[in-house]
Design a protein around this ligand. Structure first.
Ligand SMILES: Cc1ncc(COP(=O)(O)O)c(C=O)c1O
Length: 371
């Protein structure tokens, strides 16, 4: 904690991220207990918090390791973890070399879906004189990345196992296409289960049994045990939650741990108030229904951010009797918390009314080397 920690919320310059530490602790504990009770390895995705402090708390609660998307995240997380997965194709020489250059003896695994990516990674690993684990990525319905067919996936795993510098460790998939409410996921989870079972059979028949099957997201988190082939889960958003997570029923409104603290800067136009959180604080990710706007006030859920400029958020007061004054401070629950976090340098942790921490968002940005 820095010596310059503001005395209380009122002393913080807005827009700023505020984390309710009691809610964060409860969210972390709930997922850790779920994973332990179902024998699942928890490897949380750090893209949500980008903070070594939150990562350290996840590891203290039993997380097996961490999941990262960017080399920067992995470099920062190497300070608190000895086991990191990069769940992003290591394509491009600069990216592969940066991954291979992560400090040793950090255990590094990378998910990928193509031979060029595997070949580049193997070369970088050999040059760095280290061994890097590989998960072969499957597409189980997300239609984003993943080997195009099971034959291609098996061939890729064979290529990996025959390449010096990299080792075939298992399979990865991301069920990000399952965003329906938790109670409506039966059919989607059954489809996932049978696709995964087919894949596992093929890998066993090919003599390449995966040691790990890594999947998991926040919307499917609490039902992962219904897909028995999965051994490892990688939820990220669950630490803070957001409006989209509430929408899926994977959390309640009271589980939203992170808000954007904002100040009312204008009430000049009747029927609305303007806050200092626009797209550069909240992002511009819509809800399924675009009419639901871009954020919602924690303490007044009848007030929604309906329009934004870069530094202005327009609160629609049409459904509310609340009439704010210039200078009032509000807390906005963003639609997608991971984007809101990545837009700031620091998050402030509060317990009740007390300000306890200012945590730098150390792993944000790319940190490409400059001359
Ligand atoms: C590859 C991968 N794994 C895990 C996650 C975490 O999912 P969620 O944000 O639903 O917690 C993501 C999210 O983008 C992802 O892309």
């Amino acid at each position: 904690m820095s010596d310059r920690l503001p005395s209380d919320l009122a002393a913080i310059e807005t827009p700023a991220l505020v984390v309710d530490l009691d809610r964060l602790d409860a969210n972390l504990a709930r997922a850790a207990e779920y994973a332990a009770s179902h024998g699942l390895a928890l490897r949380p995705h750090v893209k949500t918090h980008k903070s070594p402090y939150v990562a350290a708390a996840q590891l203290r609660l039993g997380a097996r390791g961490l999941t990262c998307a960017t080399p920067r995240e992995a470099e920062v997380m190497a300070e608190v973890s000895d086991d990191v997965l990069l769940a992003y194709p290591p394509v491009g020489r600069a990216r592969a070399r940066r991954i291979a250059g992560l400090p040793t003896p950090l255990r590094v695994t990378v998910a990928l879906d193509s031979e060029p990516a595997a070949t580049e990674l193997a070369r970088a690993a050999r040059d760095a004189r280290r061994e890097i684990g590989v998960y072969v990525e499957l597409d189980l319905g997300m239609r984003r990345v993943g080997a195009p067919t099971l034959d291609a996936a098996v061939a890729l795993a064979r290529h990996v196992s025959e390449s010096d510098g990299i080792t075939f460790e298992g399979l990865a998939f991301y069920p990000g296409h399952i965003r329906q409410p938790v109670d409506d996921q039966d059919a989607a989870l059954e489809a996932l289960d049978s696709s995964l079972a087919r894949a596992l059979e093929r890998f066993h028949d090919a003599g390449l049994p995966p040691r790990v099957v890594s999947g998991g997201s926040t919307p499917t988190l609490w039902r992962t045990h219904e897909v028995p082939g999965v051994t490892e889960i990688r939820p990220g958003t669950y630490v803070f939650n957001d409006r989209q997570t509430v929408d899926t029923g994977a959390c309640t409104w009271d589980d939203c741990a992170l808000t954007v603290l904002a100040t009312v800067v204008s009430t000049a136009i009747p029927g609305q108030a303007v806050i200092d959180a626009g797209t550069k604080a909240l992002g511009r990710e819509p809800m399924t229904d675009i009419a639901q706007g871009f954020g919602q006030l924690l303490e007044r859920p009848d007030v929604v951010v309906t329009r934004m400029s870069e530094e202005h958020g327009i609160l629609d007061l049409g459904e509310s009797s609340w009439r704010p004054s210039v200078g009032d401070v509000v807390r906005v629950v963003p639609n997608h918390v991971c984007v809101a976090v990545h837009l700031q340098d620091v998050m402030y942790g509060i317990r009740g009314e007390r300000l306890e921490h200012d945590w730098p968002i150390t792993a944000r940005g790319r940190a490409q080397p400059t001359s």
